[in-house]
Write a protein that binds this ligand. Structure first.
Ligand SMILES: [Zn+2]
Length: 444
């Protein structure tokens, strides 16, 4: 009667695609791109063709062949026949591409439910990138605690803390009992209270099944801090030097952006952000519930202008007051500059003094042979920058994941978004662990 089918996020981090079926009603939880999806076939400029994105992904099993899900025009030339939508709704947990990246392929008549701010972030990404198109869906936005009726099911989104605003977990009430889906979450961010609320509500639902993320199960990084520690330790770096401080972090991690904004303030510096960050901040101001600094009015924030031949419409509102490489060079002791690896060429113009500082506030490389990491260190060495690794993960630690499962106490747990699902069997006590196989349905 009621089943769960896993089309992605199976034995891998990201790419979540989970179908819940109850008395003929079907909903999809997330529809993301797997991080290593198709890596054996596609490399560098060899990528799925824009004209046949679904067909090229079907070929290598990167997308599931689900009837009544995809856009008619994209099924042309494939062996999956177009039929009218058979999926009643798609629910997204948050705006990371491994959860929403393939939305653009879905039939636009299928409603897509997501947090209000998730929608805002996705719109901003679409504006900034010529490569991203999530499609013209019937979008339905919600806030935490709302209950959404879809056929025989009722879906309850509850906010959680993650490395992007507006992240949600779901409690799906079906005719066979409740199914809890964590999405991505953590306990050591600035809003741990939201994750705790989700866990409380999930427990109260006495779920028959739980779909739990397991990003950090069996793959703990060498160093991991809380968001608060990232702030304190970065502040130590920035306060002790009169040289330039540069920080890099994930572009849509607003908590981290706020952390470095505060680090800059507390160390008597101004925070210099990219045009993209400035645009995102100004869009997020539309969400009154999200406290973000006012990039156009706040004297503590400056916008860095990379020289370009032309500027796109969304960039233009910041051009007049922006600062350039010479300004940064002349005011090194007074600035904290946010600069991503892909913008490192700016260092050639900025010419930071030797002994300046670089804070890497992102995950450590997953292997010793990470080319990007090697290139980054070549640049740091070339410019004589001191390296600091200061990051707080977007995910619960392995121990917290296990503890949460035991607290929620479902009849059965399905590990997803993890490279080590089998490890759950050893670690979780008193709850049955079912490691899902790709495309297989599980009755609950
Ligand atoms: Zn995520």
């Amino acid at each position: 009667m009621t089943s769960l089918t896993f089309y992605g996020g199976v034995s891998e981090v990201g790419g979540n695609k989970i179908m819940v079926e109850d008395r003929g009603t079907k909903i999809l939880l997330d529809f993301g791109i797997a991080f290593n999806s198709g890596d054996d076939y596609w490399i560098n400029w060899l990528q799925p063709r824009g004209i046949s994105p679904v067909k090229d992904r079907f070929e290598f099993g990167m997308l599931p062949k689900i009837k009544g899900l995809y856009r008619k025009d994209l099924l042309k030339g494939t062996d999956l026949k177009y039929v009218k939508p058979e999926i009643d709704a798609v629910f997204c947990t948050h705006a990371h591409f491994d959860h929403v990246g393939y939305l653009g392929f879905i039939d636009e008549n299928i409603p897509v439910y997501l947090g209000e701010c998730t929608k805002l972030i996705m719109e901003t990404v679409e504006e900034q990138s010529t490569m991203t198109d999530y499609g013209e869906h019937l979008y339905r936005t919600f806030r935490t605690g709302k209950k959404i009726k879809i056929g025989s099911m009722e879906v309850e989104p509850v906010h959680v803390d993650h490395s992007i605003p507006a992240a949600y977990g779901y409690i799906v009430h079906t005719s066979e009992g409740s199914v809890v889906y964590t999405g991505d979450l953590r306990m050591h961010g600035v809003r741990a209270d939201m994750t705790e609320e989700f866990i409380r509500k999930a427990k109260d639902a006495s779920p028959v099944a739980m779909v739990s993320e397991g990003t950090r199960i069996g793959s703990e990084r060498k160093t991991n801090h809380t968001e608060k520690e990232v702030k304190t330790k970065s502040c130590e770096v920035a306060s002790k030097t009169r040289k330039l401080v540069i920080a890099t972090f994930y572009p849509r991690d607003i908590d981290r952006l706020r952390t470095f904004y505060q680090v800059a303030k507390d160390s008597g510096r101004k925070f210099v952000v990219s045009l993209k960050a400035a645009h995102l901040l100004s869009r997020l101001k539309e969400d009154k519930r999200l406290p973000v600094p006012d990039v156009t009015a706040d004297p503590n924030i400056l916008v860095y202008l990379r020289p370009k031949k032309t500027y796109r419409k969304w960039e233009q509102e910041f051009l007049d007051d922006a600062v350039d490489c010479d300004y940064v060079h002349k005011n090194q002791s007074k600035l904290l500059l946010n600069l991503g690896l892909m913008q490192f060429a700016e260092l050639i113009d900025i010419r930071p003094d030797k002994g300046s500082h670089f804070i890497h506030s992102m995950s450590e490389p997953f292997s010793d042979e990470d080319i990007e990491d090697e290139v980054m260190h070549n640049w740091l060495d070339h410019f004589g920058l001191n390296f600091h690794q200061l990051h707080a993960s977007g995910h619960c630690s392995g121990r917290e994941i296990i503890k949460n499962i035991q607290t929620i106490n479902p009849k059965k747990v399905f590990p997803v978004h993890t490279g080590n699902p089998e490890m759950f069997k050893k670690l979780v006590k008193d709850v049955k662990v079912e490691c899902p196989s790709i495309g297989r349905g599980y009755n609950i």
